[in-house]
Design a protein around this ligand. Structure first.
Ligand code: BTN
Length: 335
């Protein structure tokens, strides 16, 4: 479980040399400025190169920043990120069991609001309803966001709905043919799932201690990378857009949208976000089956309520549901 923050000297050098990418920096000057030996600078630059940064050296003992890797490193994520709270503190790992588990531990230890945990891979990524989240190395984004909203725990599902809106907005900016949210919070591109959300909370009656919003996004997987059992339902942004997506850039755009939507959520709950959710929803007006641990309810999906519950017109009247797996009923084929 390696944390992927580089050492402080590497971070400082990176910050200095990427600020002026066309300039050459003399190693002895950098050493004097950072009050260390030249060998410390050489070691710090080697660490950066090992992490994937391209840094040129010349015969005069000078270095120059060339390019950064598309890796979920703290320095990359925070570089030019304009948010005020979300993603200001980044805990970045190469591999973890689940970013949600780490985020809960950090929230227990009072990590600042908006801190994020990211990983290049997960060995026990969790999905909703006890499922596994396939988390291969380097191609997806596995992210958990730590929040301390002052809300009644019954309102927490609304944060999943809000997150789905932020995700859909971020994906829509890449202009795929279609983007949909499948209640409660799956994001579909061209009818297949590209992202899922797992919101977990620590709460007492009437009081939320913290919320961890876990987001898994299939970014650069190829079709053949998906396990057989999910390959018909799952896809990646790359597969649908037919182009590789810069993960750090996508993540920064998502964090920016999330911060804006979270501010609105804290102010007025789902009141203003509901309209956007309904625009992206692929269920409203349709006949659906809702599977609640084997108990199937059939009806027409008509709305979402202020807590993010699905409102359905059923034979027994209008009912609201807070959990379950929805499938749209197929229209009977004409003979
Ligand atoms: C789902 O659609 O079932 C929800 C999937 C959520 C997956 C993400 S990946 C980052 C975070 N850590 C986890 O273990 N799960 C969530």
């Amino acid at each position: 479980m390696n944390s992927t923050s580089l050492n402080t000297l590497s971070d400082q050098i990176l910050e200095a040399i990427r600020r002026r990418p066309s300039s050459h920096f003399a190693i002895d000057k950098l050493a004097r400025k950072n009050r260390c030996e030249k060998s410390d600078i050489i070691f710090a630059v080697d660490l950066l190169r090992q992490a994937g940064y391209e840094i040129e050296s010349d015969k005069e003992g000078r270095i120059r920043f060339v390019s950064a890797p598309d890796l979920l490193l703290a320095a990359e994520i925070t570089n030019r990120l304009k948010t005020k709270v979300i993603g200001r503190k980044v805990y970045a790992y190469k591999s973890v069991q689940s970013t949600n588990t780490i985020a809960s531990q950090l929230a227990d230890a009072k990590a600042p609001e908006g801190s994020i945990v990211v990983a290049e891979s997960q060995t026990k990524g969790r999905g909703r309803l006890g499922r596994e989240w396939h988390s291969p190395v380097g191609t997806g984004i596995y992210l958990s966001i730590i929040l301390y909203p002052k809300i009644d725990p019954v309102k927490a599902p609304g944060l999943s709905v809000m997150t789905a809106v932020s995700l859909a907005e971020t994906i829509a900016a890449y202009k795929p043919k279609t983007v949909h949210i499948k209640w409660p919070n799956d994001c579909l591109v061209n009818g297949r799932k590209v992202a899922g959300i797992l919101t977990e909370l620590s709460a007492e009656i009437g009081h939320t201690n913290y919320v961890v919003v876990g987001v898994g996004i299939n970014v650069n997987q190829r079709r053949r990378d998906f396990p057989k059992e999910i390959s018909r339902r799952a896809t990646s942004l790359r597969a649908e857009l037919r182009q590789e997506i810069h993960r750090v850039e996508f993540l920064q755009k998502f964090l920016t949208n999330f911060e804006k939507d979270y501010r609105r959520f804290k102010k007025s709950g789902l009141k203003n976000l509901r309209k956007q959710f309904l625009q992206y929803s692929n269920l409203i007006g349709k006949k659906v089956n809702l599977d609640m641990s084997g108990n199937i309810i059939s009806g027409r999906a008509i709305d979402i309520d202020q807590n993010g519950g699905l409102v359905m017109e059923t034979p027994g009247g209008i009912q609201t549901f807070n959990a379950g797996e929805v499938t749209v009923m197929k229209k009977p084929r004409r003979l």
